[in-house]
Write a protein that binds this ligand. Structure first.
Ligand code: TYD
Ligand code: ZN
Length: 417
C-alpha cells in the first residue's frame, strides 16, 4: 500500500469517456460513513481508493468502483447543523440567495442535498417557494420539521421532470458538497436542463482541488468524493451539457472550497474570476499527473510522521484520543493503519456515531463528554473546525493538553497555559 504513483494504469473517464491516468493509490479503504456497533468486516464494504486525472476533461476522479451500497439511505449520519461554522456559512448563503431572488417575481428555489435544512429552512422562512431534494430520509425529516418542503429522492432527469410539472422552472438550483458524490453526474445536468429557467443559475459549492493539493488534504479523498472539482474540470463538465461556469468564488469552508455559478451557455457574461482561477490552476499544474505524484510523496511523509509520533507517545506512556469521527478520518486511520492500540477512542458530537466504531479501524466513538478527564494529546480529525473545537475545548490546552494536526503537515501545539 503506497501513496506513490501507481502503474499509471488507464481508466475510462466517468464524465467524458476519455482516458484517466491513475496517479495516486491510498490502498484498501472501507466505506466511510458507516459506523458499525461491533467489529464487522462484512458490514463495512472495502474497495481500493485511487484517483486519476482525465487527459481530456481534467476531472480528477476515483478510478475504482465504489461499493454500490446505498451511501445516502435513511440512516446517513451526517448533519450540517452539528457545526456552528457550517451553520453560519449556510445562514449567510441563505441570506444572499434570498436577497438575489427578491428581484424576481414569485421565484422558485431548489436545493439538491438539503440534508437537515440548515440552509433551506432559512429560505423557506423568508417565504420563498422552494423544494429540497435529498434521498437521506431521516435528515430530510428534520428539514421538514424546520418548515422546509422536501422530496426524498435522488436528483436527476426523472425527479426534475416531476418537480417542474408541479412547481415550474427553478430560478436558482443550489447544491453544497453533494454533486461531487454522484458518480452518474450526467444525470444531475440532465435534470438541471429540465428544471432550470432560461436565465437561472446553478450554484455549486465543493472542496477545491487546488486547496486540497496545496494543503496535502489527502483525507478529502474518500469514497463519497468521487470527483475533486476544479474550475477547469467543472467548466468542461458543464459545457458537455450546454452550460458554462460564469463565476468562481473562493470559500473558506472545508479547508478551502469553491462556489461555481453555472448558467445556460451564452446566458450571462463570465466574471473575470473564472479566467483568474483557470490561470492559477495552470500555474499549480492541476492537470499534470506529476503534481499528484509529488502530492503522494508528501502523503507518505505525513503517514510516517504521524504513526511515528503516536508510537512514540505510546512508548512514553502519554494518553492520546481522537477528536471528530469525520468521514475524512476513515482515509487517515486506514491508510496509516491506526487502530485502538494507538488511539483508544474518538470523541464526536454526532449522536448517530456515538457508541459505534470507526469503519475499518474499529476505534470506539464516544460523546465529547468523554474528553474529560483530559488526555495528554488529542488528534484532531475535524481540522476543518479547528477554531471552533479548540475554542470550545480551551480548558484542554489551558490544562496542558496538546493538539495534534496532520494537514498540511504533522504539528503538535504547545499548551496555552
Ligand atoms: P465534517 O466537518 O462533516 O467532516 P467530514 O466531511 O470529513 O465528515 O465532520 C465533522 C465531525 O466532527 C462531525 O462528525 C461532528 C464532529 N464535531 C464534533 O465532534 N465537535 C464539534 O465541535 C464539531 C464542530 C464537529
Ligand atoms: Zn474526462
Amino acid at each position: 500500500m503506497a501513496a506513490t504513483p501507481t502503474s499509471g494504469e488507464r481508466h475510462r473517464c466517468r464524465i467524458c469517456a476519455g482516458s484517466v491516468r491513475e496517479c495516486l493509490d491510498l490502498g484498501s479503504q472501507p466505506v466511510s460513513n458507516t459506523y458499525p456497533k461491533n467489529v464487522s468486516e462484512s458490514a463495512v464494504p472495502r474497495f481500493r481508493l485511487a484517483i486519476g486525472v482525465c487527459t481530456t476533461c481534467a476531472m480528477v476522479q476515483q478510478t475504482e468502483q465504489v461499493p454500490a451500497q446505498s451511501m445516502y439511505g435513511a440512516e446517513y449520519p451526517f448533519r450540517t447543523s452539528t457545526s456552528a461554522l457550517m451553520s453560519d456559512h449556510f445562514h449567510t448563503t441563505a441570506r444572499d440567495i434570498v436577497s438575489k431572488l427578491s428581484g424576481i417575481s414569485d421565484p422558485f428555489f431548489v436545493e439538491i442535498g438539503c440534508n437537515d435544512g440548515t440552509l433551506l429552512g432559512r429560505v423557506a422562512g423568508a417565504g420563498i417557494r422552494h423544494l429540497g431534494v435529498d434521498p437521506a430520509g431521516d435528515a430530510a425529516e428534520t428539514a421538514v420539521r424546520g418548515g422546509a418542503r422536501v422530496m426524498v429522492d435522488y436528483f436527476g432527469e426523472t425527479s426534475a421532470k416531476a418537480v417542474r410539472a408541479r412547481h415550474g422552472t427553478a430560478d436558482v438550483v443550489y447544491s453544497a458538497n453533494t454533486i461531487s458524490h454522484i458518480g452518474a453526474i450526467d444525470e444531475v445536468f440532465r435534470g438541471l436542463d429540465v428544471l432550470l429557467s432560461r436565465d437561472g443559475a446553478f450554484v455549486v459549492e465543493d472542496r477545491y482541488l487546488a486547496d486540497i493539493i496545496e494543503g496535502t488534504y489527502f483525507d478529502q479523498i474518500y469514497d463519497e468524493h468521487i470527483y475533486l472539482f476544479s474550475v477547469r474540470s467543472v467548466s468542461n463538465l458543464a459545457s458537455l451539457f450546454g452550460f458554462e461556469v460564469v463565476d468562481a468564488e473562493r470559500l473558506g469552508t472545508h479547508g478551502g472550497s469553491m462556489r461555481y455559478t453555472i448558467s445556460r451557455r451564452g446566458g450571462r457574461a463570465a466574471s473575470p474570476a473564472v479566467a483568474a482561477a483557470l490561470a492559477l490552476e495552470d500555474r499549480r499544474g492541476l492537470d499534470d499527473p506529476d503534481t499528484y505524484v509529488r502530492f503522494g510523496q508528501r502523503v507518505e511523509n505525513t503517514r510516517a510522521e504521524l504513526v511515528g509520533l503516536l508510537r512514540d507517545l505510546r512508548t512514553r506512556g502519554a494518553s492520546v484520543v481522537g477528536y471528530g469521527a469525520t468521514s475524512k478520518s476513515a482515509t487517515v486511520l486506514n491508510y496509516c493503519g491506526i487502530g485502538p492500540d494507538l488511539l483508544p477512542f474518538v470523541c464526536d458530537s454526532t449522536p448517530g456515531k456515538q457508541g459505534r466504531l470507526t469503519p475499518g479501524s474499529w476505534i470506539p466513538i464516544r460523546p465529547p463528554e468523554a474528553f474529560v478527564p483530559y488526555p495528554d494529546y488529542a488528534l484532531l480529525f475535524a481540522w476543518n473546525h479547528a477554531e471552533e473545537i479548540m475554542s470550545k475545548e480551551r480548558a484542554f490546552s489551558e490544562g496542558g493538553g496538546h493538539w495534534i494536526t496532520y494537514v498540511p503537515e504533522v504539528r503538535v501545539t504547545s499548551p496555552s497555559r
